[in-house]
Every structure is written in structure tokens, then in C-alpha cells.
Design a binder for this molecule. Structure first.
Ligand code: BES
Ligand code: ZN
Length: 884
């Protein structure tokens, strides 16, 4: 057993902080290796019995304490205790001013948490617990205060001095230093603090809120990159309008600033009035960004902006409530993107992401509830479960109460909790009050880990003309949790006749008849009966994916084919095609494993044919239909699988489809004109996605003609999307054409780190040649660096999750290669290494020889004393779940 030496934090141990800190004034005297931070706090003991006699405890890690004063008097050394993780003052007055002065070293901060340097600039990342690396403070989200910040630095090197709120004063000194003072009028917790200092180009704009407030918008980017922020600026203004129109929420400061930085552990951060972004999620133009990048930028800009209400005005009482802000805000950004683009396509992409990231998490060693009961390192709990499952719960809630009532509930939640640190109970209370719906059992969605399984068995009796549907739900055991109860499931349904036309059915013993049904299931099992049903209907379940469950039905292949062709819900059309594909791939995998010649049914080719015939209607949707489930999705369907067998099955089916549908795919591919003028619109992106899906399948034929098409596409490409489509295609072949394209790409983009990340990613995921050797070569490429999180993810993350057959090589060398990378990253950035470590989670689904090798590899890593607490927490959980 790998015991965890770090003590977990428990939800049940939550205690309010005994003091309030109404004001904090911070002065930063910036210097790369020795920044002096002076903090002045106005502190009052809370007027409660339990607060009497409590010591003042402040978090602080890695701070060089220079002085402590209370009400202007130095505190004697025997009157405070300075420990590894903070400062304790045992007896303090009920009301006092505390001043501390500390020195910190931003240039040495490679963990990128707290105040650090990126490309010669100062920047901060404080969520979740970075502020304690800056000054002594109760670093917990329920301590909210009014921040006043003064930043001082040499003007020549650091012309822009930014912090939260509104800039209230600026000035200069004689020695070339200058300063700026910032005041944030809104109470906020320390995790929303931000500071940036450096030289930038800017893109400026304005937004007028619906009550008439003018807001100055400014995006700070690298010199020469302002034009690449235009798309993000537009997305910001559309987000501001959307939150006013849909949620009735307005912006509340005179300025809104966004800064792009190149070294950042996450995607972006919602600091009050001063969002900080990973430049990969902010900068775009057609020659450097793909359509997926544009889509992500729009979503992330919206997400961080939306946090201004769901997170900042109403924050979290403690980190166990993280989904209160993250799940809700993901839901809000998903709805925004659905309104800006195609709702159906957005829903399918979100479900794909949920299945690719959250479902495996929820069924493996890292499974945890949306509201966990304990954690060791909070950074490790920014998971797909907190985010994506959390967003699905909000959607379930909306479906149960209806859109209008839901928006009223959200409104009440914002109003009741404005300026406070709230809990999931507060959220549910507002929803119940506003809607009058008791939402019985909804808490279980937050407390139970594991993806519920919904079984739906339909039975048609021609003699009595009755249709019976039996639903049964169950949630599997997960580490440390068993015997789970039902969760409220909104089941959205419709029926189709043998000709594919929608059917209206009548519920037995009632006169309720409808085309579309919404059944709120609030029990373990449920039986529905419909009467007067003339023909055997095909049931369309979970339309729009009305709840995050694994669905099992007794649909026949013919039923699936009918839904794939005729369902009026695009989600179910896509889902039915996927189900046909999954069944086909798994049966081919079985045949191949048994050494039999696979016998492939025609359903899949027919479904693809139908999709291609209809491609012009919605190219983006068709592009999704034409993508087969990937190997990691198939791995979830087969316990103890062999990833190379699944890969072989996928390759077999793809080459068969490429051969059978050559004419249709070629025709559809030929419609695309690579020379047409670029637009970033969803529609134009859809045409590119369709061309990409066709080329991808055509390349599966392995023919020279297909390779030439990919090559021509590469050299004709006028935008990054087409260029990456072509490179992906060429990567299926390897060889001279592929390497020539890679070389041309590298030569053209060698100075653009974000584009070079794509160069790493495409090679890390390529199936051609020897993927592990490719990985090892890239690892020692002069442009690889362990210090930039984007680069580490572009190589390590892409290889381990995007090239499963290579990562899970039966000789264990794939595991070893990633373990080596994790060890190296861990010594400078534990949070990043821990995230990379989650890729080993997939080892719980591979066969026994592989699991044993993975376990041995992890054992060596865990035996290192120097391993960070972050990485140890993740790897030890995975280790414990593997076969010895
Ligand atoms: N609050 C988070 C940023 C964050 C992530 C802080 C992890 C600390 C740890 C931010 O709002 C966020 O959720 N960012 C996401 C992108 C978003 C669109 C889902 C991210 O950084 O991945
Ligand atoms: Zn967020």
C-alpha cells in the first residue's frame, strides 16, 4: 500500500474564520528576485462566543518574514509562531491593525502559483491557494475583503502596472520607478487577487452596459500580437451582452482587463476585473489558429467573464463547493456557445468531451463526487467531474423545472447570495424557493460518485396494441462508496413508426397524448405503458442527452439504423450512428483477437452514406457523424482490454469504409475550395470540418492517391485549420511526404510557440512509424522545454492520451517514458506533473500484463521521497486500483 503521508482536508471539519478583515492594503515593491510585499490589515474578532480567545492564524508558504507589527508596534519574536505553512499570533486584541513585510523571489517560482515571472513580466495565479505564496493571509475563499493595491516597479522594464478593480492613481519617482494604485470596491477572497507588470501591446474597446455604465475593455498581449486579440475582444463583448440578456447580469467595474501570458498552468483565470489567460486561449488569427482554437477562445473568454457573477460576486464558502462556481459557469458558457453557434453541434461536442474525460474518471480509481468529502491537494480537484458532471447536474435541474423557472431560481440565487461565500445548499435553496419544485433526491447527484446506468427495455405487444417500457437505474460502486440510491433523471423521449415518422402515443389509462415526453424518473425503477399503439414504435430515449447516464436499451440494429436516419433530434441521430459504430468496432475487435476474418455488417456504411448524402444541410453535424469512436472510448467498453487490438479494429473498419464510400467521400471532399476567403464563423468552420472528416477517412485507404490529396491540401492551405487537417492526414502515412510537410511547418512557424505546440501535438499523436521513438526524439528536440506547461502537455499529454496503443505498449516502455517525463516535470511544477499523472488512470482498463507493468512503473515513482504531494496523491490512488 502506498500510504498518503499528507493529511486530508475534510468537509465535515469546516469552521468559520474567527476574524473579519474589512480592508487590506498591499504594497508591491517589484523586483524579479526580491520583491517586498507590505500588507496592512484591519482586523476584527467576530462577535461570537466561539471566536473568543481564538489565535490569529495566517497562511504563508515560502515567505521571508521581515517584520510584524500590531497597531504600529513591533511584535516580539516570542509573541508569534512562524511555521512551515503560516504565522500564528496567539493573543491578539479584538480590533487591531496588522502589518507584515515579506520578501519573495518571483524569478525562482517555477510552480507558477503565486507571483512568478513569465517572459520577463510579473504575473500571478492565486486560485486555489497561491496567495499564501505572496503574503500572510487567511487563504480561504470565505474570508472576503476590500483590496487596495499599490504596485511599484522600474518604468522602462514594466510600463504597465495592473491589479484588480479600478485604477485610482499613478505616479513617478525620480529614480525611474513608477507606481499605480488600484482599488477594488467589491469584497473578494484572496484567490481572485491578481497583479501583472510588464510591457505589452494592447487592444482597447468599450462596452456600455444596459444601465448605461461605460466599461473600458483592454486586452494586454505580446508586442506585435494585438491584431490576434480581435476575436477574443469580440467574444468578450458578446459575452457581456449575453449575460445581460439571458441571466440579467451586468458588469460592475469601470474597467475590464485581460492579460495573455505564455507560461500558465491552466486555461484561464477569472481574477476580478483582471482576467489572466494562457495565450493559447486568447490569441488567434486564421494563419495560426484552428477552428477548434477559435471555438475554445470564445468559450473560455465567456467562461471567465461569466464568473464575475457565478464565482466572484457569489463565491464559494470552501473548496468542497468548487462545482458551485465551476459547474455552473461551464453550464453558462455551454449555453452561450450554443446560442452563438449551432445548439445541436455544441451539445454533441459537449457530450463527446464528457464521455472522453468524465466518464472514465467516474469509473476508475480517481472517481469522486461532484462535492467531495475530502481532498489532499485542492489543485488535483479541478477535475472533469467537478466541471463537466457539475454542469450536467445544472442542466438536469433546468430540464426538471423548465427554462423559465430555472432562470428565476438563478436570479434569486444571485440576489440572495451577492457579496457572500455560498454553498451548494444555498444554490438548491434558491432553486426550490423560486420554482416550488422540491427536487427530491437532487443532492445525490452531488454526493454520489459514479455514472448512473439507465436500462430501458421496451416491449410491444401487437395483439393488445400496447407498448411497455421498463426503466431501471443503478449507480456502480466507486472507491470508498457503495450501495447508492436513485438520482432524479429527466427522461426525454419520442417515438417513431416503421416509416420513420414521429408517432403520437397515449399513456395507458389516461387521455394524455403527445409526440414528445419528459418523464422525471425519481425511483429505482419505473414502468410506462402506452395504449392504442397500431405499429411497433422505435423509442428515442434521452433526447438531447437529457441526463449524464450510460444508456442500455434493447434496440435492434434495425432500430438504431432507423433512428440514425429519421430521428428529429440531431443528438439521437448522432448517438445512434455512434452506437452502430461502437457495436461494429467491438465485434471486429473480437474477430481479430480470435484470428477470424471479421464479418462487417452494412449498417455503418449505410448510415455514413445517408450522412454524406445529406451533408450540405449541416456540414458541421455531418462531420461529427463521420468520426468513429476513438480507441480510448472503446477502452471504456471492454474491461481488461488490449488497446492495440482496438486500434487494429478501428483501422480495419476505417479502411473498409474508405474503400466502400470512396466515391461519396471524394465528391464531398472535392466540393471544398481551399482558396476561399476565410471566415471564423461556425458555418465556415463546419465546411472545413466536413472536408477534414472526409480527408481523414480517405487517408485510411492507405492509397497513394489519398496521400497526394493530403499533401496538396497542405501546400494549398490558406489557414491553420486546413493545414492541420492535411498534416493529420499525412501523419497516417508517415514517410517522405509527411516529413517534408513537418519540416516546412517548422520552418515557417519556428518563432511562434503556440503553433509549435501543434507541431509537437500532431507528431505525439501520429500512429505512423514508431510512435514511442518519435516521442523520445521530440523529448530531446531543442525546442522542447519542461518549463512551459503548454509544451509539456503538447508532447506528454498528447502522447499518453492521444496515442493509447503506444502509451499502453505491451512491453511497458510507453509507461516508462511518461513516468520519466512526470518525474522531471515534478521537480519544478508539481501541479502540472500531477495533471500529467492522471493519464495513468487509463491503465485500470487494460489487461493484466499491462496493469502489472504500469503498477511497477508507478511504484518506482512513488518510492521517490522528493515526489510532490500533488503527484503523490494522484499516482497513489491510481496505483492502489491496479492489479498487482
Ligand atoms: N477558475 C478556473 C481556473 C483554475 C483552474 C484555477 C484550475 C485553479 C485551478 C477557471 O475559471 C477555469 O475554469 N478555467 C478552465 C477553462 C474553462 C473554460 C473550463 C481551465 O483553466 O482549464
Ligand atoms: Zn471556471
Amino acid at each position: 500500500m502506498r500510504t498518503q503521508e499528507h493529511i486530508p482536508v475534510r468537509l465535515q471539519d469546516y469552521r468559520p474564520y474567527p476574524f473579519s478583515i474589512s480592508h487590506v492594503s498591499l504594497v508591491f515593491d517589484l523586483h524579479p528576485t526580491r520583491t517586498i510585499v507590505t500588507s496592512r490589515l484591519i482586523i476584527d474578532r467576530k462577535p461570537h462566543e466561539w471566536a473568543k480567545g481564538e489565535a490569529l492564524q495566517l497562511d504563508g508558504v515560502g515567505l521571508d518574514l521581515l517584520s510584524v507589527e500590531i497597531n504600529g508596534q513591533p511584535v516580539a519574536a516570542q509573541d508569534y509562531h512562524l511555521g512551515e505553512d503560516g504565522l500564528t499570533l496567539k493573543s491578539v486584541p479584538d480590533s487591531f491593525k496588522l502589518e507584515t513585510k515579506v520578501a519573495i523571489n518571483p524569478a525562482a517560482n517555477t510552480a507558477l502559483s503565486g507571483l512568478y515571472m513569465s517572459a520577463g513580466r510579473f504575473c500571478t495565479q492565486c486560485e486555489a491557494e497561491g496567495f499564501r505564496h505572496i503574503t500572510f493571509w487567511p487563504d480561504r475563499p470565505d474570508v472576503m475583503s476590500r483590496f487596495h493595491v499599490r504596485v511599484e516597479a522600474p518604468e522602462a522594464d514594466f510600463p504597465s502596472l495592473l491589479s484588480n478593480g479600478n485604477r485610482v492613481a499613478i505616479g513617478q519617482y525620480d529614480d525611474g520607478r513608477h507606481w499605480a494604485a488600484w482599488d477594488d470596491p467589491h469584497l473578494k477572497p484572496s484567490y481572485l487577487f491578481a497583479l501583472v507588470a510588464g510591457g505589452f501591446d494592447t487592444l482597447e474597446d468599450q462596452f456600455t452596459t444596459r444601465s448605461g455604465r461605460t466599461v473600458d475593455l483592454c486586452i494586454y498581449v505580446d508586442k506585435g500580437a494585438a491584431s490576434r486579440a480581435i476575436y477574443a475582444m469580440d467574444a468578450l463583448k458578446r459575452s457581456m451582452t449575453w449575460d445581460e440578456e439571458v441571466f440579467g447580469r451586468e458588469y460592475d467595474l469601470d474597467m475590464f482587463n485581460i492579460v495573455a501570458v505564455s507560461d500558465f498552468n491552466f486555461g484561464a483565470m477569472e481574477n476580478k476585473g483582471l482576467n489572466i489567460f494562457n495565450s493559447a486561449l486568447l490569441l488567434a488569427d486564421e494563419t495560426t489558429a484552428t477552428d477548434a482554437d477559435y471555438e475554445a477562445i470564445e468559450a473560455v473568454v465567456a467562461h471567465e467573464y461569466f464568473h464575475n457573477w457565478s464565482g466572484n460576486r457569489v463565491t464559494c464558502r470552501d473548496w468542497f463547493q468548487l462545482s458551485l462556481k465551476e459547474g455552473f459557469t461551464v453550464f453558462r458558457d455551454q449555453e452561450f456557445s450554443a446560442d452563438q453557434r449551432s445548439r445541436a453541434v455544441k451539445r454533441i461536442k459537449d457530450v463527446k468531451a464528457l464521455r472522453a474525460r468524465q466518464f472514465p474518471e467516474d469509473s476508475g480509481p480517481l472517481a469522486h463526487p461532484v462535492r467531495p468529502k475530502s481532498y489532499v491537494k485542492i489543485d488535483n480537484f479541478y477535475t472533469a467531474t467537478i466541471y463537466e458532471k457539475g454542469a450536467e447536474i445544472i442542466r438536469v435541474l433546468q430540464t426538471l423545472v423548465g427554462r423559465d423557472a430555472f432562470l428565476e431560481g438563478a436570479n434569486l440565487y444571485f440576489d440572495e447570495n451577492d457579496g457572500t461565500a455560498a454553498t451548494i445548499e444555498d444554490w438548491l435553496h434558491a432553486m426550490r424557493t423560486a420554482t416550488g419544485n422540491q427536487l427530491h433526491g437532487i443532492e445525490r447527484w452531488y454526493d454520489q460518485a459514479g455514472t448512473p446506468c439507465l436500462e430501458a427495455i421496451s416491449d410491444y405487444d401487437a395483439a393488445t396494441q400496447k407498448l411497455t417500457i421498463r426503466f431501471q437505474q443503478s449507480t456502480p460502486d466507486t472507491p470508498g462508496q457503495s450501495s447508492k440510491s436513485w438520482v432524479p433523471l429527466p427522461i426525454s423521449m419520442a417515438f417513431f413508426g416503421p416509416d420513420g415518422a414521429p408517432l403520437q402515443l397515449r399513456l395507458a389509462e389516461t387521455d394524455i397524448a403527445a409526440d414528445d415526453w419528459l418523464i422525471p424518473m425519481a425511483s429505482t425503477s419505473l414502468e410506462l405503458q402506452f395504449e392504442g399503439v397500431a405499429d411497433r414504435p422505435v423509442v428515442s430515449y434521452m433526447r438531447g442527452f437529457s441526463a449524464p447516464v450510460r444508456l442500455i436499451t434493447n434496440h435492434s440494429d434495425a432500430d438504431l439504423a432507423l433512428l440514425a436516419a429519421c430521428d428529429t433530434d440531431p443528438f439521437v441521430r448522432w448517438e445512434s450512428t455512434q452506437t452502430i459504430a461502437r457495436n461494429t468496432l467491438l465485434s471486429v475487435a473480437q474477430s481479430l483477437a480470435a484470428g477470424r476474418e471479421p464479418d462487417v455488417r452494412q449498417d455503418l456504411a449505410r448510415a455514413f452514406q445517408g450522412a454524406l448524402a445529406d451533408a450540405a444541410r449541416d456540414p458541421a453535424f455531418t462531420a461529427l457523424l463521420l468520426r468513429l469512436p476513438d480507441v480510448s472510448e472503446l477502452m471504456q467498453l471492454q474491461p481488461l482490454c488490449d488497446p492495440s487490438n482496438l486500434l487494429a479494429a478501428r483501422a480495419f473498419v476505417r479502411s473498409l469504409l474508405a474503400e466502400q464510400l470512396d466515391a461519396e467521400l471524394s465528391a464531398c471532399f472535392a466540393i471544398y475550395d481551399p482558396a476561399q476567403a476565410f471566415s471564423a464563423s461556425a458555418q465556415a468552420a463546419g465546411q472545413r470540418a466536413l472536408m477534414a472528416a472526409c480527408l481523414d477517412l480517405l487517408c485510411a485507404s492507405g492509397t497513394d492517391r489519398a496521400a497526394m490529396r493530403a499533401e496538396n491540401t497542405f501546400f494549398a492551405a490558406r489557414n491553420m485549420t486546413d493545414m492541420m487537417t492535411a498534416l493529420d492526414g499525412l501523419s497516417q502515412f508517415g514517410g517522405a511526404r509527411y516529413h517534408a510537410a513537418l519540416a516546412a511547418f517548422k520552418q515557417r512557424f519556428t518563432d511562434n510557440a503556440l503553433v509549435m505546440d501543434k507541431w509537437f501535438r500532431v507528431q505525439a499523436m501520429a500512429l505512423c512509424e514508431d510512435p514511442l521513438q518519435t516521442f523520445k526524439n521530440l523529448r530531446v528536440d531543442p525546442s522542447f522545454t519542461l518549463l512551459n506547461p503548454n509544451r509539456v502537455r503538447a508532447l506528454g499529454g498528447a502522447f499518453a492520451s492521444g496515442n493509447p496503443a503506444a502509451f499502453h505498449r505491451v512491453d511497458g516502455t510507453g509507461y516508462q517514458a511518461i513516468a520519466d517525463l512526470i518525474a522531471d516535470v515534478d521537480s519544478t511544477n508539481g501541479a502540472l506533473a500531477a495533471r500529467l499523472g492522471t493519464v495513468f488512470e487509463s491503465c485500470s482498463r487494460v489487461n493484466e500484463p499491462r496493469q502489472k507493468l504500469a503498477k511497477r512503473t508507478l511504484q518506482v515513482l512513488l518510492d521517490r521521497n522528493s515526489l510532490s504531494a500533488n503527484t503523490r496523491e494522484i499516482l497513489s490512488k491510481i496505483y492502489d486500483g491496479l492489479i498487482a
